[in-house]
Structure formats: structure tokens, C-alpha cells
Design a protein around this ligand. Structure first.
Ligand code: PRP
Length: 208
């Protein structure tokens, strides 16, 4: 007997693309999540539901098995410490880059830099791997302001078009990694709901 399959999607710019790819794979919500305040939706498929979460929370819900499957940016997955999920597919959506950026007219910098970011784990790893000592400052948004105001020397942030950097007198300095949206699957769900999960992975793979 089939059980409920919960799919977690990311609220925000990438949601429309996630819904489109899911629709091509045969799963469509009965109500449009982009025009509703609801957070959980029934779909055209019996026993398949969709929940809409903040990007940072998709990995948490899938890691804990509340959602069986999720679509999450690689930036969040790199930051997330849990290991309770597989990452079977690169969905190719939400293409952007995780970059180190700084002021265009960067004056002489001290040997130990202050780095502002919301991706603190990834930033720590990046500098540690290079043997560079830095101080990490955690911010939750508007990272670009940090070098402008002197809070930090550089930032680690997502760059898509580069417009936000440019508008604030900043430039990309180093590429940390390219980012896309990944399909993730809870490791237990992959076993206990194998047929349903596999069917979804195969359908998504076929439309990519
Ligand atoms: C991201 C990032 C930059 C901006 C880059 O923020 O933090 O501010 O997008 O995009 P661009 O290169 O096309 O200008 P987002 O809008 O996702 O909001 P957030 O601050 O909540 O992450």
C-alpha cells in the first residue's frame, strides 16, 4: 500500500521553476502555491503532497524525515551539517555562484581579514582549506553593506547577475563554487517508500 509522500520546495525566486519541473514530472498542486498563504498542498497525485519552506529549512525537514524529498540550493546543503539525506539529482535550476567579494577600490588590507556572510560553515571551511586565518561575522542579509560600512573587509555571498555587487561598489574576487538546486531524499524514505521515491526521481530525471 502506498504511503503519503511529502515533497518540500523552496519559497522565493526558484519556486516557479521548481513547480514547473515537478509538473513536467507529473506532480501538480491542486492550488497555486505562488498565490496562496497555505504551506501544504494536495496534488493531482493521490497521497503526494507539497510543502513550501524557506530555502534554509528544506534540508532540515528532509534530514529529519518530515519531508521525504526536497528541492534545495547547493549553497544551503554545503552549509547544513546533517547527513540524513541523499542528493541524487542536480536539477540545474537557480544557477548562481558562491563568491568572495570585496570593494572595487579595496585599500590595503590587514593580514587577518574579517569576512561577513550567512554561509559561516562554508566560509570557515574555504579559508581553513587554504590555511588562511580569518574572522567570520555572521549576517542574515544585505551582506553587501558590510565592506561598504567597514564591518568586514570581504563577504562570502551568492552572486547571480552581479547587479547587487555592482550597485554597491563591490566586485567578485574568488569563486568558491557554482550553485544549482539539487533533489534530496531522506535516507529512510528511500528504503521505506522506495517505489514512490524512485518513480519521482526517474520522472524528474526524464524531464531534465
Ligand atoms: C542574493 C544575494 C545577493 C543577490 C545577488 O540575495 O544575497 O544579495 O541575491 O543577486 P545578483 O547577483 O543577481 O544581484 P537574495 O535576493 O536571494 O536574498 P537574501 O538576501 O534573502 O538571500
Amino acid at each position: 500500500m502506498s504511503q503519503d509522500l511529502m515533497i518540500a520546495l523552496t519559497k522565493g525566486r526558484v519556486l516557479v521553476d521548481e513547480l514547473a519541473i515537478l509538473a513536467k514530472a507529473g506532480v501538480e498542486p491542486l492550488e497555486d502555491p505562488t498565490a496562496s498563504r497555505r504551506l501544504v498542498f494536495d496534488t493531482n497525485q493521490d497521497r503526494v503532497k507539497i510543502m513550501i519552506l524557506r530555502g534554509m529549512d528544506v534540508a532540515t525537514y528532509v534530514d529529519h524525515g518530515i519531508a521525504d524529498v526536497g528541492m534545495s540550493g547547493k549553497d544551503v546543503l554545503l552549509e547544513y551539517p546533517g547527513t540524513g539525506y541523499y542528493e541524487p539529482l542536480d536539477l540545474g535550476l537557480g544557477r548562481c555562484a558562491l563568491m568572495v567579494a570585496g570593494l572595487v577600490d579595496e585599500s590595503e588590507l590587514p593580514s587577518r581579514l574579517r569576512i561577513a556572510t550567512k554561509f559561516t560553515n562554508t566560509a570557515k571551511r574555504y579559508y581553513a582549506e587554504r590555511g588562511v586565518q580569518v574572522d567570520i561575522i555572521k549576517l542574515y542579509g544585505a551582506m553587501e553593506l558590510a565592506p561598504v560600512t567597514g564591518l568586514a573587509h570581504r563577504i562570502v555571498d551568492i552572486v547571480e547577475t552581479g547587479n547587487t555587487l555592482k550597485a554597491n561598489g563591490l566586485r567578485s574576487i574568488e569563486l568558491i563554487t557554482q550553485i544549482t538546486t539539487r533533489l534530496i531524499v531522506n535516507t529512510s524514505s528511500y528504503k521505506t517508500k522506495f517505489d514512490q521515491v524512485r518513480k519521482l526521481i526517474d520522472s524528474l530525471e526524464a524531464v531534465l
